[in-house]
Ligand binder design. Structure first.
Ligand code: 5GP
Ligand code: MN
Length: 338
């Protein structure tokens, strides 16, 4: 963030304001952690703040402090629109394109409010009065920490804020193992623990909360895995009937895609999950090294994300989607074997 932007934000926040904070659709730990971390800070500073999520998020995030105050747009549109209408500032966190907000998109496009974007994805859209965008950052939560620091508010990080921000840094770095994890990330995390973040407890709440159904669904996913050694690629499919047989709940497939990368020599992993209700196959991509799944998802599956973690969608059925995916790999054979 440059000094000019810091000044603008400080001016915007001088008086108590009506503020809305928005994560991307299908919010993950970083999206909810950053929104709720910022929420606690703003409320503690005397503002009227609300987090409005485009749609619901998994149970393993529902313990986050402030969870009960979150408005889910898809469930409570009237209330959400009321808050959006009176908002004087809208923070958009962990995304950089209105397309990522589902049904909220048109409301955001027509808003004349000042937007503040804090985000670490590539190619930000220009909609914000203040854009704090840095693709080198491990997580939006780490950026919210920086944001509070430049506002001179590092000493106002409460236990609740620390727990929220720790959660997003932990989930977006794969528990501090991805290449985006820097010494600065560890310094931030150390400070958050000093502010009261319960690191062991957070890890347990996020990762050690399997239902028997979810664990068995993972078993099915691993059985379905196809390994294409020639392309250093492994992919998983899950069809709607398989999800139904395991009483699928939102969030149950979180992290499954990463198993492909635990295979020796595999550099590219994907998971294809049928969503009959939306009539799409939702896809997640992961890679290690230089192969950009962001570009792959953008070019072929109407998606995007980061170099090593991205997502997209297909409107074809599973068979057609997989055939298309496999047909694309030939063109990437050299990159994948580099
Ligand atoms: P995941 O596979 O965990 O859903 O997402 C991985 C990364 O890709 C996240 O940073 C997420 O925001 C991004 N991403 C996932 N799906 C989409 C999509 O459909 N479009 C775009 N632009 N980004 C996505
Ligand atoms: Mn993130």
């Amino acid at each position: 963030m440059n000094l000019e932007d810091v000044k603008v934000v400080k001016t915007l926040l001088t008086e108590p304001k009506e503020i809305v904070i928005i994560p991307h659709k299908n919010p993950d730990g970083d999206a909810m952690g950053s929104c709720l971390g910022l929420y606690h800070f703003l409320v503690n500073s005397g503002h009227h703040a609300r987090v409005i999520a485009p749609n619901d998020y998994p149970k393993f995030l529902k313990w986050l402090p402030g969870n009960e105050s979150v408005i889910i747009f898809e469930k409570d549109e009237k209330k959400a629109v009321r808050h959006l209408k009176k908002a004087e500032i809208i923070f958009t966190l962990d995304f950089n394109h209105f397309d990522r907000t589902g049904q909220m998109k048109s409301h955001l496009e027509s808003a004349t409010t000042d937007f503040v974007m804090i985000d670490h994805h590539q190619e930000p859209q220009e909609y914000a009065r203040v854009t704090y965008s840095d693709t080198n950052m491990s997580s939006t939560c780490e950026m919210v920490f920086n944001f509070l620091e430049v506002l001179g508010a590092a000493d106002q990080i409460s236990e609740d804020i620390a727990n929220c921000l720790y959660t997003g840094i932990m989930t977006d770095t794969g528990s501090f193992k991805y290449a985006s994890t820097t010494s600065r990330t560890h310094q931030v995390v150390a400070k958050l623990i000093d502010c009261g973040a319960q690191n062991t407890e957070i890890h347990r709440r996020i990762y050690d909360n399997n239902s028997p159904d979810r664990l068995r669904l993972l078993g099915r996913a691993l059985k379905n895995m196809v390994i294409l050694e020639k392309f250093r690629t492994a992919y998983i499919t899950l069809e709607q009937h398989e999800l139904d047989e395991h009483n699928f709940k939102k969030g149950d497939t979180e992290g499954f895609v990463n198993y492909g990368l635990t295979l020796e020599g595999i550099h590219f992993a994907a998971i294809f999950i049928e969503n009959r209700e939306e009539g799409i196959i939702k896809i997640s991509f992961r890679s290690v090294g230089d192969f950009s799944v962001n570009e792959f998802a953008r070019s072929h599956f109407n998606g995007g994300g980061h170099t090593n973690a991205a997502g997209g969608r297909s409107e074809d059925d599973m068979k057609g989607t997989i055939a298309y995916f496999e047909s694309l790999l030939k063109g990437y054979e050299l990159n994948l074997n580099a």
